[in-house]
Write a protein that binds this ligand. Structure first.
Ligand SMILES: NC(=O)C1=CN([C@@H]2O[C@H](COP(=O)(O)OP(=O)(O)OC[C@H]3O[C@@H](n4cnc5c(N)ncnc54)[C@H](OP(=O)(O)O)[C@@H]3O)[C@@H](O)[C@H]2O)C=CC1
Ligand SMILES: Nc1nc(=O)c2c([nH]1)NC[C@@H]1CN(c3ccc(C(=O)N[C@@H](CCC(=O)O)C(=O)O)cc3)C=[N+]21
Ligand SMILES: [Mg+2]
Length: 287
């Protein structure tokens, strides 16, 4: 049976550390503040907003949630971002993706001050990441790396297959894992013979968004399996991209859904916000 990579447990441990960092900041007169902009009502984004609010409260981070109607124009959203960029009490800005079709995602991401870009999606931050010198690391990839590290799973020399090439998960994770000396292959909807490829992976990351599409036939015996997917199955239950029951028999380590990558994403979002707040105070923080 695979060992569970317990993201919920690790995220709680990180929250305790962050609580202390926030206390220090408050002593110096600074309260870390994260602004989250949600346009419309994407279901995965709503789960994110809810869980994020809960953890921020626990740590002592102030959050301001701006929910705009699905019909919001690009110009209106740009105005909202400009205000947040100018507001010196706001340390982190997150615009939830996907955005409605009338809004160009690239235009919006580029409008966020890269120094407040907690997601790390701005081309400046993506560029820094790909050059091996990140300023802000995207939260889901960062959470996966922290979780592997916690369980002493090394990336050096490992064959990694990432299924999915989105800007939220697949692309930045590939960059991070290259930076950590893994040999990385990124698969997507045009990949041929997908399971032949995934069966060769020492570490498989599933980030597709299709309920339980990976079964034991997709996995090498003893592989580490990271399930990023958040889907509803036919019964309305929250499930990942991996058939957990079947894969647990062949994998060495496996992230559960829920309780794996999701809580780590939120913990990394909190950590990045605190880091940005620390950088705004002279003399504390690492860089
Ligand atoms: N746990 C967490 O913290 C997070 C979870 N998620 C979840 O992870 C999943 C993926 O999210 P996200 O990256 O935003 O999704 P996107 O929809 O942006 O990307 C999905 C990727 O999967 C690829 N793909 C689709 N179908 C197949 C297929 N049959 N075979 C191989 N590849 C395929 C697509 O290929 P192509 O590029 O060719 O279209 C694309 O690259 C979702 O379930 C989402 O809810 C997302 C973010 C955080
Ligand atoms: N700009 C942007 N950045 C993102 O990082 C981003 C985004 N937009 N849009 C939506 C996706 C999705 N996402 C999730 C994060 C945490 C959980 C999460 O908390 N999951 C819990 C769910 C527990 C539950 O409530 O049942 C778990 O897996 O245990 C889910 C989904 C971040 N995303
Ligand atoms: Mg769009």
């Amino acid at each position: 049976m695979a060992v569970k990579l317990d993201g919920k447990k690790l995220s709680q441990k990180i929250a305790v550390q962050l609580q202390q960092d926030v206390e220090k900041l408050k002593f110096l007169g600074v309260t870390p503040k994260l602004a989250v902009v949600l346009v419309g009502d994407d279901p995965a984004s709503q789960v994110y907003v809810r869980n994020k609010r809960r953890m921020a409260q626990k740590i002592g981070i102030e959050t301001s949630d701006l929910t705009l109607p699905a019909a919001t124009s690009e110009a209106e959203l740009l105005q909202t971002i400009a205000k947040l960029n100018q507001d010196s009490t706001v340390h982190g800005i997150l615009v939830q993706l996907p955005l409605p079709p009338q809004i160009n995602e690239e235009t919006i991401i580029q409008a966020i001050n890269p120094l407040k870009d907690v997601d790390g999606f701005h081309p400046y931050n993506m560029g820094k990441l790909f050059m091996g010198d990140p300023y802000a690391i995207p939260c889901t990839p960062n959470g996966i790396m922290q979780l592997l590290s916690e369980y002493r799973i090394s990336l050096t020399g490992k064959k990694v297959v990432i299924v999915g090439r989105s800007k939220i998960v697949g692309r930045p994770l590939a960059a991070l894992m290259i930076n950590h000396n893994a040999t990385v292959t990124v698969a997507h909807s045009y990949t041929k013979n997908l399971f032949e490829l995934t069966r060769r992976a020492d570490i498989l990351v599933a980030a597709v968004g299709r309920a339980e599409m990976f079964t034991q036939t997709a996995i090498k015996s003893g592989a580490v399996v990271v399930d990023v997917g958040i889907n509803r199955n036919d019964a309305g239950k929250l499930v990942g991209d991996v058939d957990q029951m079947k894969v647990a028999d062949v994998a060495s380590y496996l992230t559960p859904v829920p309780g794996g990558v999701g809580p780590m994403t939120i913990a990394m979002l909190m950590k990045q916000t605190v880091k940005f707040a620390e950088r705004s105070v002279k003399g504390i923080g690492n860089d």
